[in-house]
Design a protein around this ligand. Structure first.
Ligand code: MN
Length: 715
């Protein structure tokens, strides 16, 4: 077990002026509260915080970080509270410990690997001080190193998988490559032991030969550098097993096909020397064209800089060479930690610092401070993802939303219907208003009510464009539906005025072409625009009646009787005209024939055949030459208007009774006109739509039973 004295000594080595009090006190406190607790290894629990503090000291972090490393588990595992920490160690330490504890409490279900990226971002977003992440990583590293003490294989595998999914990528993102490598290598061993052992075996197999090869190439590279007068340090080593494995996997290669198992590294003093070295290598060995990467000119987002090239080496095989300066090499190893590590007589380096894209803004905001690392740290209250929040579904899934998002945004993100029917939200188990601003780490549960409708007011507080457009779409659709039904109402009235049946017209093909004439896709759009008041029903009626006029080119008989091409339409008309097909027919309004009535047809000029009831006075006035035999089809569908006249004693509820009798007989009332006469009688005419003669007879006989009706007749 490492001793606190070793750690203190280490700190004094890299930071002679360090105030060690806080570290000492943290050690004493941690030892006291963890007393009696034991690690799986059988060691006292204190060994764990000590190792974590030691890792942090290896990274040359500040004393607060190291003290917090010693204290990182006290709130989670002992009776200590954040307030206790604040009292003893100050605000800064309390904040860091609170951050570490918060992340530890996240239940990271590694089975959900697909959301690993979100989890990583969430962890980064939750830490408003990067030192929280450093401590969390050091903690994970020590736990990974001691994974073999776990008894359960499944547990080992789970922790290792979580490390691969979450922590190794975070270390990589922060540029701490040595840690990334170690986390990956150990986790690889536990997640895929066979693969690990196979690669280990393959690497070891040719080891002697390979070592000889490495030595030879190193020597050649060194000589070439020397010839050019470049002060270079050359090294060569095999890549980590995990990255060999990943390469085999991603490029579907066998071990033998992975050429660059060995990476050579040339470390120089300056950037021009790096390019010079590259030139020398390319002059001696043929480069593989697609393999050259200039990360000095174009650094990786995490700040990594180097020149990478692959050449056909001295033995005719591919070899990868990485060229970088000493400074770049340091950053490549310690990443972001390099920024607030204490180096002898030197503080955080401006150039390295600004190479981290996402930290750049921060640096710009603290131009005056960053010269002093202690002060720089004070101000490193980072916000890695200032525009996002990460929240959990009750099932533990992570969702990311723009900052300022509300439960309504969350609901629409889950599903449009969930959004529409959202009536409330529970945040971390407590009911909250829908305007509540979501915070990273919140568990959000949406309460829905079937049939609930979104509110226009939501537009005042929702955050995402997607939510906004979903709500707008809904409102628009609602308005359209309202306009359609209003449009129908207007059209029905107007059509009636022109003695046309709107419902019948709706089924006609002409309506579709009329809609197209007005530049609408559907008849519904046309009707909706009548509702909006953009089109008058008269415009539709005009087109509809125009349409029925025959065309000039058509022959005489067609013009005379209005022969129709559309046979289907004709069949719907319910009447067969003697000996002729596709004749346009109309039902006379004077006698209103219904199926079952004896009928007679009269040819009219230009409007086809008009159907009258036999014996209609108007029909008898017409010329007998125009008479034509017609008959009802066997099954006539549709409804027909019939006008009935009543005379009745006026009494309360009469009208209601009549309408209820009519509707109970399955007939619709189309129009009503009432007139009160002086002698307490009333005359009424009802236009009702009925199916056929027997239907009409039923209606009339039922009406006759209504008390007070004195007379009823068909017009
Ligand atoms: Mn721990």
């Amino acid at each position: 077990m490492i001793r606190i004295g070793d750690i203190l000594e280490k700190i004094s080595d890299y930071y002679p002026e360090a105030e060690l009090d806080i570290v000492n006190q943290a050690y004493v406190y941690s030892a006291k509260v963890h007393e009696g607790q034991v690690r799986l290894s059988g060691e006292p629990y204190l060994s764990h915080p000590l190792e974590v503090a030691n890792i942090l000291a290896d990274m040359h972090l500040d004393t607060t970080s190291i003290a917090c490393g010693l204290l990182h588990d006290v709130v989670e595992d002992t009776h200590t509270t954040i307030e206790d920490i604040q009292e003893r160690f100050g605000m800064e330490a309390a904040k860091i410990i609170a951050g570490v504890t918060k992340i530890s409490k996240l239940s990271l279900d590694t089975a959900r690997a697909r959301q690993a990226e979100n989890l990583r971002r969430m962890i980064l977003a939750m830490a408003d001080d990067l030192r929280v992440i450093m401590i969390k990583l050091a903690d994970r590293l020590h736990n990974t190193r001691t994974l073999h003490f776990h008894k359960s294989e499944a547990k080992k595998r789970d922790i290792a998988q979580e490390t691969l999914d979450i922590y190794a990528p975070i270390a990589s993102r922060l540029g701490i490559f040595w840690m990334k490598r170690e986390l990956e290598e150990i986790s690889f061993y536990y997640t895929q032991p066979e693969e690990y052992e196979r690669i280990e075996h393959l690497v070891r197999k040719g080891q002697e030969e390979r070592e000889h090869y490495v030595e030879t190439v190193k020597q050649i590279l060194g000589e070439k550098m020397q010839e050019a007068g470049l002060p270079a340090k050359v090294s060569g080593r095999h890549k980590q097993f995990y990255s060999i494995y990943q390469k085999m996997l991603s490029q579907d290669l066998s071990f033998e096909e992975v050429y660059d198992i060995i990476a050579f590294r040339i470390i120089l003093k300056t950037i021009p020397q790096c390019y010079e070295a590259l030139g020398i290598i390319h002059a001696h060995w043929r480069p593989v064209p697609t393999k050259f990467k200039d990360y000095i000119g174009f650094p990786k987002p995490n700040g990594y800089k180097a020149l990478h090239t692959t050449v056909i080496g001295p033995y005719g095989e591919r070899m990868e060479v990485q060229i970088r300066t000493e400074e770049m090499d340091k950053v490549a190893n310690s990443g972001i930690a390099a920024h607030w590590s204490y180096k002898e007589g030197k503080v955080a380096d401006k150039e390295i610092l600004s190479s981290f894209e996402w930290i750049q803004n921060l640096v710009e905001n603290h131009q005056d401070n960053y010269g002093d690392p202690e002060e720089f740290l004070e101000n490193v209250r980072i916000d890695l993802f200032p525009s996002e929040v990460y929240v959990f579904t009750p099932q533990g899934e992570v969702k990311d939303l723009p900052r300022g998002s509300t439960p309504v945004d969350f609901a629409y993100m889950i599903h449009t219907e969930v959004g529409h029917q959202c009536t409330g939200a529970k945040i971390n188990g407590r009911l909250m208003p829908l305007q509540y601003e979501l915070k990273t780490g919140d568990i959000v549960e949406i309460i829905t009510t079937k049939g609930h409708q979104p509110s226009k007011d939501w537009l005042n507080f929702v955050k995402t464009g997607k939510t906004r457009s979903r709500i707008r779409q809904w409102i628009k659709r609602q308005e359209k539906e309202r306009s359609i039904s209003l449009g129908r109402e207007i059209c029905e009235k107007a059509f009636r005025k022109h003695r046309l049946n709107f419902h019948e017209a709706l089924n006609r093909a002409e309506m579709q072409s009329i809609a197209a004439d007005f530049n609408f896709k559907t008849v519904d759009d046309l009707i909706a625009n009548v509702g909006y008041g953009k089109i008058t029903p008269l415009q539709i009626i005009r087109r509809l009646t125009e349409d029925q006029r025959p065309r000039k080119e058509e022959n005489l008989i067609n013009r005379f009787i209005g022969r129709r091409r559309d046979k289907k339409k004709h069949e719907e008309q319910g009447v067969v005209v003697d000996g002729m097909d596709d004749i346009l027919i109309r039902f006379a309004q004077c006698c209103q024939p219904v199926p079952g009535d004896p009928i007679i047809g009269y040819i009219t000029q230009g409007s086809g055949v008009t159907i009258h009831r036999k014996g209609c006075i108007n029909a008898m006035k017409l010329s007998p030459e125009r008479e034509i035999n017609v008959e009802w089809k066997k099954d006539t569908a549709g409804t027909f208007p019939v006008k009935l006249k009543f005379r009745a004693k006026d009494r309360i509820g009469l009208l209601a009774e009549i309408t209820s009798v009519i509707s109970q007989a399955d007939a619709n009332i189309v129009d009503v006109q009432l007139e009160s006469l002086p002698n307490k009688t009333v005359t009424a005419s009802f236009t009702i739509s009925i199916a056929n003669r027997s239907h009409l007879d039923t209606v009339i006989s039922k009406l006759k039973k209504v008390n007070a009706i004195q007379e009823i007749r068909r017009l």
